[in-house]
Design a binder for this molecule. Sequence first.
Ligand code: NAP
Length: 289
Amino acid sequence: MTEKIGFIGMGIMGQPMAANLVTKGYAVMVYNRSADKTKLLADLGAKVAMTPKEVGEWAQVVFLMLTGPEAINDTLRGPDGLLAGLPSGGVIVNMSTVPPAYSRTLAGDLAQQGITLIDAPVSGSKKPAEEGTLVILASGPEEAVNQLESVFLGMGKKVVYCGIAGNGSAMKMTVNLLLGAMMAGLSEAVQFGERCGLGADIIINTILSSPLGCGLYNLKAEMLRNNQFPAQFPLKHMFKDLGFVLETAEQHHTKTPLGNAVYALYQQGMAAGLGEMDFAAVKKVLAAM
Ligand code: NAP
């Protein structure tokens, strides 16, 4: 068992993920830029650091669950940054969603300082994070990933080993391309059916009882029935991730016509001020058309 675990980023996902590690008996030190979000973890018995550097000085392995590349760079660098505290031989596990190219560059930069990067984004949102049923898309040196398996399984139900660092992020892009399209597809179908005179309830019940029923649609059914979209996976993050998908598609000379179309829908959601709502609020974009 890894004795001392650092966890940086106490957002929607980071808080329940770190809480699960504390509950499973790991010694955890947390940090968040906005200090108020560390309260839940402090109450559970986690140590709270004042800077990322302090986390690096204490922990053997440090998990990051931050918005994206900019937040990670801000956390790693500077006199109070994580790299100012983490010695050579340390391990950073980035679970934030980032482009694969960013992960590969970061892995190379950290290797020069003797630090191993494990690129391990997650599939699943707030509820699976709370229930410890995330799917972890891990990549990087296989031995290092294997050594952390029990820690990963403290937060998730399955670890998928994807290969070299960057491949976990590539898998995450693949999954979120489908996720963005599936949510937009359900929203458009419900919107269409409603305009044809059907109620949201009967449309959703029909879809759920047909071969189209799936975990995602079950999770989002209540939001569409009530037209209320409290954030589990905020629309601003889906917009960010689809931007990464399009950027990655270009780098790999592949076309994503559906991805481009749904990116434009989430972009309209951002312009309409829906960024803090769940990404299922793409339904509001379609309704406003
Ligand atoms: P969130 O609630 O918005 O939390 C973002 C975290 O990043 C907060 O701790 C925030 O600190 C920190 N942060 C942002 N900018 C920063 C900066 N410049 N410097 C330092 N810290 C900064 O996001 P989340 O939903 O937990 O998602 C975290 C990551 O997981 C994202 O990459 C997201 O795409 C991915 N993800 C999310 C879900 C989901 O369903 N929510 C599912 C799978 C993957 P403050 O509190 O100070 O703002």
